[in-house]
Ligand binder design. Structure first.
Ligand code: NAD
Ligand code: MG
Length: 395
C-alpha cells in the first residue's frame, strides 16, 4: 500500500518547483501539497493554489501576500496566506508535513532549509547554496534530528544512485576510489577567451541541455555551478576534494559516476530532465513514473569527455580553493558569486568580471572559523558588502 506523503515546496514558482508540481500532479494518490512558497510571483503561485489547493501559501513580502490573499478569496479558495522568512521556516517545519522540497535559489534558502532538517523531515535538497555556506552545520543537524536527506541536483542524485543502497557515509569503507562529477561545460565551452568579454545575459541563460532559473544558468556558464557542486559533493558524501574529479561531458546524458577500487565505474544515465531526480527522491526507496521520455541511446550514439580548462573557467579553481581553505571561505565565495551574477544579469558588469570580483572578495576577507549559523550569515553579509564596494569602485 502506498503511504500518502504531505509536502511543502519551498520555491514552488521556480524551475525546480514547477517540475516538482508536474511530477506530483501525476501521482495525486501519493502526494498532497500542504504548502507552497514564492518570492514575489503572485500570479504563478495563485495558479498553483487553484490547481493544488494547499493549506498554506507563503510570499516573502507582505504586499505580495496581501495581493495573493485577495485573489484567493475572490476565487473562493481558502488557502491561508502568510508572509516573511519566519513563515517560510514555519511551513518547512509543520507537523502535518513529512517531506520538504528545498528549491529556493541562493542564500535566501538557508534558513527554511535548515528548519526542515531541524524538524526531522525528509529533505529533498535542490538549494545547494545551503551546503556550500553551512555544510558542516547542516549535515550535523540532519544527523542529530534524524532528517532524511536526498539530493535533487542531478549529479548528486546520480552519485547517490550509484553508491551502495545503505551507504554508510564513508567512501573508503564502501570501496569507492573517486567520484566523477560530470559537467556540460555550459554554452561558452568553445568560445575564445576574448569573445567571453562580450557575452550577454541572454546568451548565458541559454543552456544547451537544461532549462533552469537565471542564477544557476549563469553559474553553469561560468562553471561556478560545478564549483558549488564540488563543495556540495564534499559534504553530502564526505569526499575530500582530490577524490572529486570534474569531467566535461557535453551531452549531459551521464549525470555522474562512482569509481570503485576494483575498477568498476557505476553511472546513472538519462535525458537531461530534472523530473527524474525529483521523482527518484519523492518516491525513494521505490520508483515511480516521472513523465520523462525514454533515453534514446541510438539517437545519442556518442558520448564525449574532456578535462576542464581552469584558465577558461577560473570560478572552478576559486571554488576548489575556497573548499580547501574551509571556515568562512565557501560562504564568502557563494555570497560574492551571488552579487556578481546579479550584477552581470543587470548589465552592470561583463561576464569575465564575475571571477575577478569573486577573487577580490575572497582576498579581502580574512579566513575565520565557522561555529554557528550566525557566523555563516555574518560571512555572507560581509562578503556582499565588500562585493558591492568593489563594484562601486569599478563604475
Ligand atoms: P528559480 O530562479 O527558477 O526559482 C527560485 C525559486 O525561489 C522561486 O520560486 C522564487 O520565488 C524563490 N525565491 C527566490 N528568491 C527568494 C527569496 N529571497 N526568498 C524566498 N524565495 C525566493 O531557480 P531554480 O532554477 O528552480 O533553482 C532553485 C535551486 O535549485 C537553486 O539552488 C539551484 O542551484 C538548484 N538547482 C536547480 C536546478 C535546475 O534545473 N533548475 C538543477 C539543480 C539544482
Ligand atoms: Mg547540477
Amino acid at each position: 500500500m502506498t503511504v500518502m506523503r504531505h509536502l511543502t515546496i519551498l520555491g514552488s514558482t521556480g524551475s525546480i518547483g514547477e517540475n516538482t508540481l508536474d511530477v506530483v500532479a501525476r501521482h495525486s494518490d501519493r502526494f498532497r501539497v500542504i504548502a507552497l512558497t514564492a518570492n514575489e510571483n503572485v500570479n504563478k503561485i495563485f495558479a498553483q493554489c487553484q490547481r493544488f489547493r494547499p493549506q498554506y501559501a507563503v510570499m516573502l513580502d507582505a504586499i505580495s501576500a496581501e495581493q495573493l490573499e485577495k485573489k484567493l478569496r475572490a476565487a473562493g479558495i481558502d488557502t491561508q496566506v502568510w508572509a516573511g522568512i519566519e513563515s517560510l521556516e514555519r511551513v518547512a517545519s509543520l507537523s502535518e508535513v513529512d517531506t520538504v522540497m528545498a528549491a529556493i535559489v541562493g542564500a535566501a534558502g538557508i534558513r527554511p532549509t535548515i528548519a526542515a532538517a531541524r524538524s526531522g523531515k525528509k529533505v529533498l535538497l535542490a538549494n545547494k547554496e545551503t551546503l556550500v555556506m553551512a555544510g558542516r552545520i547542516f549535515m550535523d543537524i540532519v544527523k542529530q534530528c534524524r532528517a532524511i536527506l536526498l539530493p535533487i541536483d542531478s549529479e548528486h542524485n546520480a552519485i547517490y544512485q550509484s553508491l551502495p543502497r545503505h551507504f554508510s557515509g564513508d567512501l573508503a569503507s564502501s570501496g569507492v576510489r573517486r567520484i566523477l562529477l560530470t559537467a556540460s561545460g555550459g554554452p561558452f565551452r568553445r568560445l575564445t577567451l576574448s569573445d567571453l568579454n562580450y557575452v550577454t545575459p541572454e546568451q548565458a541563460c541559454a543552456h544547451p541541455n537544461w532549462v533552469m532559473g537565471r542564477k544557476i544558468s549563469v553559474d553553469s556558464a561560468t562553471m561556478m555551478n560545478k564549483g558549488l557542486e564540488v563543495i556540495e559533493a564534499h559534504w553530502l558524501f564526505d569526499a575530500v576534494s582530490d577524490k572529486i574529479q570534474v569531467v566535461i561531458h557535453p551531452e549531459s546524458v551521464i549525470h555522474s559516476m562512482v569509481e570503485y577500487i576494483d575498477g568498476s565505474v557505476l553511472a546513472q544515465l538519462g535525458n537531461p530532465d530534472m523530473r527524474t531526480p525529483i521523482a527518484h527522491a519523492l518516491s525513494y526507496p521505490e520508483r515511480m513514473e516521472s513523465g520523462v521520455k525514454s533515453l534514446d541511446i541510438f539517437e545519442i550514439a556518442q558520448l564525449n569527455f574532456e578535462a576542464p580548462d581552469f584558465a577558461r573557467f577560473p570560478c572552478l579553481r576559486l571554488a576548489y580553493e575556497a573548499l580547501s581553505a574551509g571556515g568562512n571561505m565557501p560562504a564568502v565565495l557563494n555570497a560574492a558569486n551571488e552579487v556578481a551574477v546579479e550584477s552581470f544579469l543587470a548589465g552592470q558588469m561583463p561576464f569575465t568580471a564575475i571571477p575577478v570580483m569573486i577573487e577580490q572578495v575572497l582576498q579581502a576577507i580574512s579566513r575565520t572559523e565557522i561555529a554557528t549559523l550566525d557566523d555563516v550569515l555574518t560571512a555572507d553579509s560581509m562578503a556582499r558588502d565588500v562585493a558591492r564596494e568593489w563594484l562601486a569602485c569599478q563604475a
